[in-house]
Write a protein of this length. Structure first.
Lengths: 394, 394
């Protein structure tokens, strides 16, 4: 299939380009390197040394015997999107070109506004370009499990049937997201659902859990093919941060009471799931939702797991809770469905400890790079709009 | 109270400034005259002759013995909003500064993007300025009944309690809006709900029905105080368009089968309801929803009512359905609640025919202005992205 990856320079986009090429697909990608700038703005850097795109493309060609069709461009520019679609005629579009950080969106009004325009306009442009240029193509959009919030009832995959005052209806599950970033994902979801309905487009909206990991097999031993690994307060996920902390001997730090529950999955499973969605497209007019994660963990439970695996590798670290800079429930009911991908054949990597071991071994090599930016591991962006480093709770 | 009206030059904003001033409130307003430009872009004009703001302010001073504190500015400019809030210290903010047209938002990708940035950034700016400058103030935000769409179950006011797999939860009612414009209102709703929750702000989100009417009593006989009355395909509401059509002897034209049901209320009731919301603010952290309309009508039923009142005034017109340029259900269940405002003391103007008579008499004076732009009454903006005049169905 001809697959276009928007945001191909990012954590997921870069490995996905290799994974799909290795399976024989024709892959094209775009990026405008925003993520590199955002992480720099956070005073941080990727733990893995990321090459500039020209070097990445060279390494790609050497390893896969084919070019990655790359073009630098911003998805918020409609002329760019339209021209790209017309030239490449994508059969699938994987939209990873969004600003993906809750804290970054909460910094101030300007970051909230940027997150809204970047994320919403990118998606609106893609939807219009699909309508006008490639109406048969399939949009695989990265949403997040965070769109649902933490309701006191089970979370279905996108839709549920309810009875209300004696009448029945199938409705989208109501969303209650916890940051401006998560809000933009909810807005995107509403917009994509609308576009599928009126323009008979087709889309898979992936409500993805927290992804962790440093590599996929397709990277082999070529360091130039490594994907980025962020650990700063904005672009590092909880589990990636725990791993970075282990490597430099800094306490693993869940926020607040630390009993927030989230769904997690390894990077390699994210690749597998996205590919299942791409290779099994929905019908025209169909908007479908996949809740994409392998298992739900409480964050403290997870920190203890990382601590144990780190210990096996001779890294001794404490778990020490930090003041929570977010406003969020720290203890809650959480029971989301995740059957749709299993029905398509998703075969989860069940051994989280083995995956953590691979990550930690990779990260030990780059200990100096984490060490050099260790200040970025302690958050100062607070949900109340102030900016002040949080402190350890005891 | 000190009340700030964002969008004070518009259809609702201008009369609201008089209505509130007459009740003894201190009113300030901002506008950047977007609406005047949008209507010009549609090749149309207000049926009532609208004065430029300097003249409006002069007439306001003469009639109400006080200044309307007006400043020209765009709500998408945070510096403007922040400075205005700091100087005026509003107790209530009525946010009418959004692009309010479904067809306008559907013209093309650029109009969709503009609607998103204009509407979302204005609201985001207000929420941040409230947090930083006037955290006790109350945001009265104009949403629309169109946010709900037309589900096959009753529509509550914002929230409902449901049981799902044996557990109960109170959730926001899921929205399924029918245009990019309506989508932006849903996004705003989600954003406001979030800001109230995390920043302890207070807001009333008004899901308003279709407003009709040319005047409120406070305007007296001063023609300079008239509010705008749009009848073009984008900025004229269905009922305002029917009245404009009656005056020039053009058939009243429901779209498609013409059995879309909507909630309606007269302009004077809109003023009454907004004032009830303003004068009875919610608690800190409270986000409440009022469904604001008086009665539900099927659009053909309404056209027949306008036809009858027009006939009483000697205006003979047919009802003749036009091809529907929208993609929407033309026959559907519709039963929205609207109790909250009645509980606060809303006393509806029950006699729609008397209100229609006032409107038609006002419009007869400006028949030549409608006649001069009669082409704007037949839509050419279609939901499929094409632009082609619709034709009569028989």
């Amino acid at each position: 299939m001809r697959i276009f990856i928007a945001g191909v320079d990012g954590y997921l986009g870069w490995p996905l380009s290799m994974y799909l090429t290795a399976r024989g697909h024709e892959v094209a990608g775009a990026d405008c390197y925003h993520r590199r700038d955002w992480v720099a703005e956070m005073g941080s850097q990727s733990a893995t040394p990321i090459r500039r795109m020209t070097e990445r493309l060279q390494a790609f060609r050497e390893n896969f015997g084919t070019n990655l069709q790359f073009i630098r461009g911003d998805m918020t520019d409609y002329n760019f999107v339209w021209n790209f679609f017309r030239a490449f005629q994508p059969e699938a579009i994987v939209h990873l070109a969004e600003m993906p950080s809750a804290p970054y969106s909460m910094i101030d009004v300007h970051h909230s506004a940027f997150t809204h325009t970047n994320n919403l306009l990118g998606t609106i442009n893609i939807l219009h370009a699909m309508r006008d240029v490639s109406p048969e193509s399939h949009l695989v959009k990265l949403g997040t499990m965070g769109e649902y919030g933490t309701p006191n009832i089970d979370i279905p995959e996108g839709f549920f049937e309810i009875e209300y005052r004696g009448r029945k209806e199938i409705l989208p599950f109501p969303k209650r997201a916890g940051s401006w970033y998560h809000q933009t994902k909810v807005h995107d979801t509403n917009n994509i659902m609308f576009a599928c309905r009126i323009w008979s487009l087709r889309s898979t909206d992936i409500m993805q859990g927290v992804v962790f990991g440093t590599r996929i097999d397709e990277m082999g031993d070529d360091e130039r093919l490594l994907t980025r690994f962020d650990f700063d307060q904005s672009f590092g996920t909880a589990i990636n941060r725990f791993c970075a902390q282990s490597v430099i001997g800094m306490p693993l730090s869940p926020f607040g009471k630390g009993h927030q529950k989230r769904g997690f999955l390894p990077l390699r499973d994210s690749m597998q799931c996205l590919t299942l969605a791409i290779e099994n497209p929905p019908e025209a007019k169909e908007y479908r939702v996949f809740n994409q994660f392998e298992e739900v963990y409480d964050l403290t439970e997870l920190a203890v797991k990382v601590q144990k695996v780190a210990g096996d590798l001779g890294l001794t670290v404490d778990v020490r809770n930090l003041e929570n800079p977010r406003l969020e429930p720290e203890e809650h009911y959480y029971n989301p469905d995740h059957q749709h991908l299993l029905d398509l054949g998703y075969d989860p990597t069940r051994d989280m400890e083995a995956e953590l071991k691979i990550m930690l071994k990779d990260l030990i090599k780059y200990k100096h790079r984490i060490q050099a930016r260790s200040h970025a591991l302690i958050p100062d962006i607070r949900w109340d709009g102030s900016r002040k480093k949080v402190t350890y709770l005891k």
